[in-house]
Ligand binder design. Structure first.
Ligand SMILES: Cc1cc2nc3c(=O)[nH]c(=O)nc-3n(C[C@H](O)[C@H](O)[C@H](O)COP(=O)(O)O)c2cc1C
Length: 328
């Protein structure tokens, strides 16, 4: 990875001109990250990666770290509960050229929470801080942490946590202002973002209900956060990153059949180049329905991708997609 000085990696870019791609388990793999970067994402996350999976040398876990020269700056998101399990994986990561690390302290999935990881860390701030200290001492990395609202929804506790984490040396904090119990439903409480951003000693990155560029622009204006990351908004439209969030220029809505077909073709090209496996072809079945949603031929397009048995068939599918979407 580039930009690493003797004292550690350079700070990540923030601001309306530097939208980030959020970590999305099952989605933010190398081809999708490159697709988003080609459209303007300035920073991207891996999906969440288990520190225990790295320690136990699980091939599936290491595969999640596949990257390429254009895939930078890349934030590797780790999850785990035991502070002692973080030092060695972080050293391994830096040896392999990964220098930006994020701790997942927001995952609401029961299987993860049960182990004390993800959003369970919000209820055990001392452990959370110890993990961040361990990461910071293990190697010269820039480390961030992704938080949710605590279970009681209180922002006072969150502000104390922010200041403690800043003293522990975190380089940025991402807040997805929903409680773990809320999952991804209900509205994200942007008022909590405003409180976090006010006089924060570290940059605050917003996540939550950023479905399009207008929402991101509003979020900057209303909350005073330093940065934003697109999550489900990017899954629906990877061209969301093209919009100029600073000037207010309209986003590229990607609502014509030709642009969707071009997007699908490009996504397929990146998959074939970086991971032409059958499992990647099957994974395209989970991306395509979002891209084609709302078009007259969406149903046919969803059926079409399921019928693709190899990448040649996928290419033909992409060639015919524009017409199919128009319902012809
Ligand atoms: C399918 C899916 C997978 C996600 N995976 C992760 C993850 O691995 N790590 C993480 O910190 N957040 C994860 N998130 C949360 C998102 O990064 C983001 O914070 C959340 O979706 C709120 O943003 P949005 O309302 O703009 O989508 C995931 C969300 C979704 C929908």
């Amino acid at each position: 990875m580039t930009n690493v000085s003797a004292t550690g990696p350079s700070p990540l870019p923030f601001g309306p001109q530097a939208p980030w791609l959020a970590p999305l388990a099952g989605f933010t793999d190398l081809p999708f990250r490159l697709l988003c970067r080609e459209n303007g994402a300035r920073v991207a996350h891996t999906e969440m990666i288990s520190v225990k999976g790295l320690i136990y040398n699980s091939q599936g876990t290491w595969d999640l770290l596949a990257t390429a020269p254009a895939d930078t700056p890349l934030v590797v998101q780790l999850f785990g509960a035991d502070p002692d399990c973080f030092a060695q994986p972080v050293r391994w990561l830096t040896e392999r050229g990964f220098h930006w690390i994020d701790l997942n302290a927001g995952c609401p999935v029961r299987k993860v929470i049960k182990t004390g990881a993800g959003a369970a860390l919000m209820e055990d701030p001392q452990r959370l801080v110890r993990i961040m200290q361990t990461i910071g001492r293990a190697a010269p990395v820039q480390a961030g942490v992704k938080l949710r609202l605590p279970a009681d929804g209180s922002t006072d506790g969150l502000l104390r946590l922010r200041d403690t984490l800043a003293r522990a040396g975190v380089s940025w904090i991402t807040l997805h202002p929903r409680t773990a119990r809320q999952g991804y439903g209900g509205l994200a409480q942007w008022s909590a973002l405003s409180r976090m951003a006010e006089s924060s000693p570290v940059p605050i990155v917003a996540s939550g209900d950023l479905w399009n560029a207008q929402a991101a622009r509003r979020c900057f204006e209303q909350t005073g956060v330093d940065g934003i990351m697109f999550a489900r908004g990017a899954l629906h439209n990877p061209r969301i990153f093209k919009a100029d969030l600073a000037t207010g220029a309209e986003e590229d809505p990607c609502t014509d059949t030709a642009s969707i077909a071009a997007l699908v073709r490009r996504h397929g090209q990146l998959c074939r180049r970086y991971d032409p496996s059958r499992s990647m072809l099957l994974k395209m079945r989970s991306f395509i329905p979002r891209y084609v949603k709302g078009f007259p031929g969406a149903k046919q397009a969803r059926k079409g991708i399921i019928a693709c048995q190899d990448w040649e068939a996928f290419e033909q599918y992409a060639d015919q997609l524009e017409e199919a979407l128009a319902g012809q």
